[in-house]
Design a protein around this ligand. Structure first.
Ligand code: GLU
Length: 298
């Protein structure tokens, strides 16, 4: 079994990232599994190399390790291009010329999580219309999804399924500036890196049916998935990079690595009170049954 860390280097890690990293590490290492590190630095507008270095220092500070060299998504464009080409050959990809405003207008504000569903209008463009539009606009590229229910059993959340056409809609695989989308890169990389267990926040649960469907289209294996409850700010919001007090830089002023690991392990029900402890010492205490399922304020 191989697990993974997949942080986005768009800032310093916050408590929510540490929570996912600690539990992903425990889930893999407690079963004697491997652990790999991938820096999800696809978006040049948001990601910076210095954050990559900082993330690695922070993981080490916490006491978490990984096997082999870290993988940087920004260096793997050719590999994503090959996967994109395979999907194109299956006639699953079409150019979308919608501007941001048009995209919003062309989408039903449907889902509970606020994600809107694209109505597929660019899928119906004639070749002539595509040519005409491409004179003035660079398209994004979408994948055409079928009316198909994709279900899986999450290690923590149980059965989860989505009908791709109804609940998700045709989604973007490549942005108009050429940057490949997370959904494509993650599927390609998890397979290339031999990842067999994905442990991440529950905010990504609804991406999983899309990823499983893409794995099938590309002939890639399905990892198992465990989606963790989220740590919330005291006012119930999701922790974000802007919650500076939950950022590792601030936390380090208040906690030692062992006391921070202890707080997270306590929140995860692995120990019954917050105490100083190392990730190594937690290995024999980890089990999926103990973990809470609902989001928590910490
Ligand atoms: N890079 C994503 C994040 O930091 C995680 C993606 C994943 O685990 O699939 O939120």
């Amino acid at each position: 079994m191989t697990g993974r860390f997949a942080p986005s280097p768009s800032g310093r890690m916050h408590l929510g990232n540490l929570w996912s990293c600690l539990l992903a590490w425990l889930a893999a290492r407690s079963g004697g599994g491997g652990m790999v590190l991938r820096l999800e630095d696809l978006d040049p507008d948001r990601c910076r190399p210095e954050y990559c270095d900082q993330i690695m220092r922070d993981l080490e500070w916490l006491g978490l390790d990984w096997d082999g060299a870290p993988v940087y998504q920004s260096r793997r464009t050719e590999i994503y291009q090959q996967a994109f080409q395979r999907l194109k050959q299956q006639a699953l990809i079409y150019p979308c010329f919608c501007t941001r405003a048009e995209r919003l207008a062309a989408s039903a504000p449907h889902r509970a999580d606020g994600v809107s569903i694209y109505d597929g209008r660019c899928a119906r463009l004639t070749n002539a219309a595509q040519e005409e539009l491409s004179r003035t606009r660079r398209p994004a590229w979408r994948v055409r999804v079928p009316e198909m229910e994709i279900c899986f059993t999450d290690l923590l959340q149980g059965e989860f399924g989505e009908n791709l056409a109804r609940d998700c809609g045709d989604f973007i695989l490549r942005r108009s500036d050429g940057v490949f989308a997370y959904q494509l890169a993650v599927v390609v990389d998890d397979a290339c890196m031999g990842v067999s267990q994905v442990v991440r926040g529950r905010d990504l649960l609804s991406s999983t049916p899309r990823q499983i469907w893409l794995q099938d289209r590309l002939g890639l294996p399905h990892p198992e998935y465990g989606h963790l409850p989220l740590l919330l700010a005291p006012d119930g919001r999701r922790l974000a990079k802007r919650d500076r007090d939950r950022e590792l830089g601030c936390l380090q002023a208040q906690y030692t690595a062992q006391s921070l690991v202890g707080r997270l392990a306590w929140a995860a029900n692995l120990i019954d009170r917050p105490q100083d402890i190392t990730p190594q010492e937690l290995l024999p205490l980890f089990s999926w049954e103990k973990l809470p399922k609902g989001d928590m304020t910490i």
